[in-house]
Design a protein around this ligand. Structure first.
Ligand SMILES: Nc1ncnc2c1ncn2[C@@H]1O[C@H](COP(=O)(O)OP(=O)(O)OP(=O)(O)O)[C@@H](O)[C@H]1O
Length: 834
């Protein structure tokens, strides 16, 4: 379509599509819909099962396991190879199943936040076109659509008319700044063939969103034929990994290096000290596998999927990017916009004041004339909330003038201008906007400007929103008006608005403070209005700054933020080491939503903000953020617990096994026993995905510091190895000397049992939190397997045997010493935590 559009004028495109500027009739549209199909991009998330499993294989642990399995098969160690491959298969299967469940439970809720488009359609061939909202899926080529600020471009379109239009194309091009678009008549005439269609000024693409201005455009491609659909196959995952995921990744790579080093080290040590050859390879491989937290991908997926499904069900929160939950859990600063988030964004005109501060209905009338003609001439799909309030308060005004032009509102400029025909060949500019910005464009002496600014501040201090109104009479002209014409204005007065606080906002803010999250308000509004709203919401002693002040990075409330300021402050907070969430609902929040670690939008947000956000609150209840944060922390805490327990335990086992292997005339465990023990431990570890962490883990933002973490596992790993080696010593002494140790089956079985018992103990004691819950049950089951398996027929298959009666008692003695040591070290570790 791009090449076709690039070469054709708007008229040619309309003709080719057998449509006109008045749009299609309903009947034509219905017939086309039957032919072209719904305007939905191919679903990117419903991957097939084989694809899901193949994706699971990309996980580094799984890949290493697979390699070890293949190495075992190469040296014909079939038992080892089969167990390892079974581990890989189970891990991939569980992970794919978890992803599938998560996708399914979210798909239904995603529908809730599906967008609509404003389309011009006619009831019949002779009927007048009517603008109405339809589901985006019902759009067909040839439809004429209207676009306004915050709208998502619903299909690939060719602009017919545009005013001050800029669009975010980041999803398609990665370019974060909005690009200007215009309905030029001979587009790209001299563009070289094959030039980037995204740079064509007269084409807009599905997936992009309107930052400022408005447009009327004809749909040229829908559904799978859009550029967006084509791009989706290549580009995915616009955001970098979360801090938590990066830490997990870092820890994983340290481990993988260890794992890869283990087999050669074991081989060399055994060759040097014991003169063993390549026959130790299966054992070396099994030990390396023993080090792997191979259930990590399964635990991560299950934890995230469970948290997302619970949030969707219980709190109607849609998590559009699962790993964002971990970012949420780590958020320590949440930035919010004010309008529409802390307030309802349903403004009602309170008063209209003249220059002297007294009521002046003429000010309201001019403001409404401006609102009416901006709306008409910019062909906005809908008025914004302030314009709507002006029109509601002023009644039928505007039509007594002829509209000439409009420069629509832009949150960077903070003004909007409409131009109407005045008397005797003159035009009247009607400009309204933020008091400071309008006053800066008025011809006033400094004292008068100060007085009027103070008047605006007084009204804002009462919690009202304030618009300043100014006009200017100019000789009529044909040249279009631009923002540069907003100067030399005559100040008319102020219109003030009441905007009620959002219900539940005060409570939500208290809840966030209780979760250890600092709140910053970044708003485009007047500092006094914002400060008052915050005070009314119970945020005391707020420090207020205006964007651009040196203090804007430390203030609680930053007023007069442009969209760029919001994004700048969010990025600076991130650079200072914070994990930053941003909650906003307007088009002016889009860059900040994108810049934050996690973007959150209420369901009522403009389409573009909702589409940019990682998390959407389907109910208009800010309290849901607290639940979402807690769910994120819950998931991260479980994963961290899993890693702590599994790695400490595995490391201890591996150290003990290597040393014992060098001291003993035979291997301390057969490879298949090492793997069987590993499999039992893995199965028990799945309980971590269902655990309820202790309240301490939910009270603070989650942080996983790799260094501290690796210190933790080394400390506990060594302790665990000491316990294992103590068992070894006790067995040697109790069973009296080398003879007893010659009974390999007894030794292997005793060590197997001891390993599972210590692992159960570590699971139970290292987890943190008070109630045992699923972990308690899993640990008990693991201990039972450890005690019963060696004597069972399966134990015999694995080369084990029942233990002599003295053995359990000896093991109990070792454990009785190990448990208090573990508790003591744990308590010391907890005391050192901040
Ligand atoms: N339709 C409009 N016409 C003229 N001026 C407007 C209009 N809408 C908003 N303004 C002015 O521009 C300022 C900035 O608006 P913007 O939309 O960036 O932020 P906001 O809605 O005030 O606050 P928040 O950032 O909290 O959502 C407003 O405070 C108001 O003074």
């Amino acid at each position: 379509m791009a090449s076709e559009g690039a070469a054709a004028t708007a008229l040619q495109v309309l003709r080719a599509l057998e449509t006109g500027p008045r749009g299609l009739t309903e009947a034509e549209a219905a017939a086309r819909l039957a032919g072209t199909g719904e305007n939905v991009p191919p679903a990117p998330h419903t991957a097939s099962w084989p694809l899901r499993c193949a994706r699971a294989l990309r996980d580094p642990f799984t890949a290493v396991l697979l390699t070890l399995g293949l190495v075992s098969a190469l040296v014909a160690s079939w038992g080892t190879a089969v167990v390892i491959l079974a581990l890989v298969a189970v891990s991939c299967g569980l992970r794919a199943a978890g992803e599938h469940r998560a996708d399914r439970s979210l798909a239904a809720l995603r529908e809730l936040v599906a967008g609509t488009a404003t389309v011009l359609r006619r009831a019949g061939a002779d009927a007048a076109p009517r603008a109405r909202e339809i589901p985006v899926a019902d759009l067909v080529p040839g439809d004429v659509v209207r676009l306004g600020p915050g709208d998502l471009v619903p299909a690939d379109v060719r602009l017919l008319r545009a005013r001050g239009l800029t669009v975010h194309q980041a999803v398609l091009t990665g370019e974060s700044a909005p690009v200007a678009k215009a309905a030029v008549e001979t587009p790209g005439a001299d563009a070289p063939p094959g030039a980037d269609p995204f740079e064509e000024p007269h084409l807009c693409f599905q997936g992009s969103g309107v930052a400022t201005g408005s447009a009327t455009a004809v749909v040229v491609a829908t559904g799978e034929r859009t550029r967006f659909a084509a791009a989706q196959h290549t580009a995915d995952g616009r955001r970098e990994a979360s801090a938590f995921d990066r830490s997990v990744h870092g820890i994983s790579w340290v481990l993988i290096r260890f794992m890869l080093l283990t087999p050669p080290l074991v081989l060399m040590a055994n060759a040097a000290l014991r003169g063993r050859g390549l026959e130790t390879l299966p054992f070396a491989v099994a030990v390396a596998v023993g080090l792997t937290p191979e259930m990590l991908p399964v635990i991560v997926t299950t934890c995230l999927a469970r948290a997302a499904a619970l949030l969707a069900r219980a709190h109607r929160v849609v998590v559009r990017r699962l790993p964002a939950l971990h970012d949420l859990g780590a958020v320590d600063v949440l930035c919010l916009d004010k309008t529409g988030t802390l307030t309802q964004d349903r403004p009602v005109v309170d008063s209209a004041l003249g220059r002297d501060g007294h009521a002046d209905p003429d000010v309201l009338r001019w403001a409404a004339v401006g609102a009416w003609w901006t709306l008409q001439l910019a062909e906005l799909p809908a008025p914004d909330a302030l314009d709507e309030a002006l029109l509601a308060a002023a009644g039928a005004v505007g039509e007594e003038y002829d509209g000439v032009g409009a420069v629509p509102f832009d949150p960077g400029r903070r003004t909007a201008t409409a131009v109407v025909a005045g008397g005797l060949g003159s035009h009247v500019l009607v400009t309204k906007g933020a008091a400071e910005d309008v006053l800066a464009r008025c011809d006033l002496d400094p004292a008068a400007r100060e007085r009027l600014l103070a008047l605006a501040a007084r009204e804002a201090g009462a919690g009202l929103r304030v618009l300043a109104v100014a006009t200017a009479e100019r000789p009529a002209r044909t040249r279009p008006y631009t923002a540069a014409d907003e100067r030399g204005l005559v100040f008319r007065g102020l219109v003030t608005f009441r905007d009620a606080l959002a219900p539940g906002a005060a409570e939500a803010l208290r809840g966030l403070a209780g979760l250890g999250i600092g709140v910053r308000v970044l708003t485009g509004d007047h500092p006094a209005t914002a400060a008052r709203a915050c005070r009314d919401l119970g945020l005391d002693a707020v420090r207020v700054a205006v964007a651009g002040d040196p203090a804007d990075l430390t203030a609680d409330v930053v007023a007069r933020c442009t969209p760029k300021d919001k994004a700048r402050i969010v990025s600076a907070l991130r650079a200072a080491g914070h994990t930053v969430g941003f909650l906003g609902d307007g088009v002016n929040d889009v860059p900040a939503l994108r810049a934050a670690d996690v973007g959150i939008a209420p369901r009522t947000a403009v389409d573009l903000a909702r589409e940019t956000a990682d998390v959407v609150l389907a109910e208009k209840d800010l309290g849901a953020i607290g639940h979402a944060v807690t769910a994120g922390r819950h998931s991260s805490a479980n994963i961290a617990s899993y890693l702590r327990v599994t790695l400490s335990s595995n490391l201890g086992n591996v150290i003990a096994m290597l040393l014992a292997g060098l001291l003993l005339p035979f291997l301390p465990m057969l490879p298949v026993q090492v793997l069987a023990q590993n499999l039992c431990f893995d199965a028990a570890q799945l309980a971590f995905a269902h655990d309820r962490p202790g309240p301490a883990a939910l009270r603070r933002p989650t942080v996983l510091r790799p260094r501290a973490f690796l210190r933790f596992i080394t400390g506990f790993g060594v302790l665990n190895a000491v316990a294992d080696l103590a068992t070894f010593g006790v067995l040697a002494i109790a069973l009296r000397g080398p003879d007893a140790l010659d009974d390999r089956a007894v030794f292997h079985s005793a060590w197997f049992t001891e390993n599972l018992l210590t692992q159960a103990l570590v699971m139970y004691l290292l987890r943190g939190g008070s109630r045992p819950g699923p972990i308690g049950w899993a640990a008990a089951a693991l201990a039972a397997v450890g005690l019963l398996l060696p004597a069972s027929p399966l134990g015999a298959v694995l080369g084990m045997t029942g233990l002599p009666p003295a053995c359990p008692l000896l093991l109990a003695a070792v454990l009785a010493l190990y448990a208090p040591a573990l508790r003591a070290v744990r308590a010391r570790h907890d005391r050192r935590l901040p």
